[in-house]
Design a protein. Structure first.
Length: 227
């Protein structure tokens, strides 16, 4: 049986680690990498938590799910924790990525240098516009949509990025899934339907801005009622 709804993996995700914890691990990893670049050898839970925007109790609980408890009075070994979190996030592997939809957003994603430093390698660009075929972006040629399945197979694509208009997103998603891709990052303003076993993460920039606007409005309303 399959489900045609997008679902989070639940309160507990892979290996029993809560999804909320998984969402915070990249933040901890980024902070730790910054500390390591500055030559910091150890960090306390309080310092790491403050730099990550969480409280220390939550951080310690998150890291305990990975089996990292630190040393009382010393804290966490920065290099060891970077390696431990990186391994848990799969950053020690090389993940091949295809971007489908090379408009302004897809173009920007293709040129983003931060992917490679975190273990993600954009290996193919695909677009439905014949005028774009053969165009060179970030050292890659743009291929027609008809090549998608072949590219996924030939290049060992692990993750598909959907950066198309909403009208094309579900078809692209279906083709990625049919090709064997089970992890999709969706930038299209549409909720994608996927079968069981396929993970989808949705990035909606407009929604994020609306959330920020909500908090700004709340602050304005609060100021207005203060004496």
């Amino acid at each position: 049986m399959t489900s045609r709804e997008v679902r989070p993996t639940g309160v507990r995700g892979v290996r029993g680690i809560p999804d909320a914890t998984v969402a915070r691990l990249p933040v901890y990893h980024r902070v730790l990498c910054s500390l390591g670049e500055r030559g910091v050898a150890t960090v306390s839970s309080e310092e790491l938590a403050a730099s990550s925007g969480v409280n220390s109790a939550k951080l310690r609980k998150d890291l305990s799910h990975l089996g990292s408890y630190g040393t009382r009075g010393v804290g966490y070994d920065v290099s060891e924790l970077i390696e431990h979190i990186g391994r848990s996030l799969g950053l020690t592997q090389d993940w091949a990525v295809v971007i489908v939809g090379v408009g302004n957003l897809g173009h920007a994603l293709a040129n983003y240098g931060g992917f490679r430093t975190r273990g993600f390698r954009v290996v193919a660009l695909v677009d439905a516009d014949p005028a774009r075929f053969g165009e060179h972006v970030a050292d890659l040629d743009i291929h027609p949509l008809a090549d998608l399945e072949r590219l996924v197979a030939d290049l060992g694509v692990s993750i598909g990025v959907v950066a198309t208009p909403a009208s094309a997103a579900q078809d692209v998603c279906d083709r990625l899934v049919a090709s064997g891709v089970t992890s999709i990052l969706n930038f299209a303003p549409l909720v994608l339907s996927v079968p069981l076993g396929v993970g989808v993460r949705k990035v909606d920039l407009a929604t994020e801005l609306q959330i920020l606007a909500f908090h700004e409005q709340r602050k304005s309303d609060l100021v207005a009622v203060l004496p």
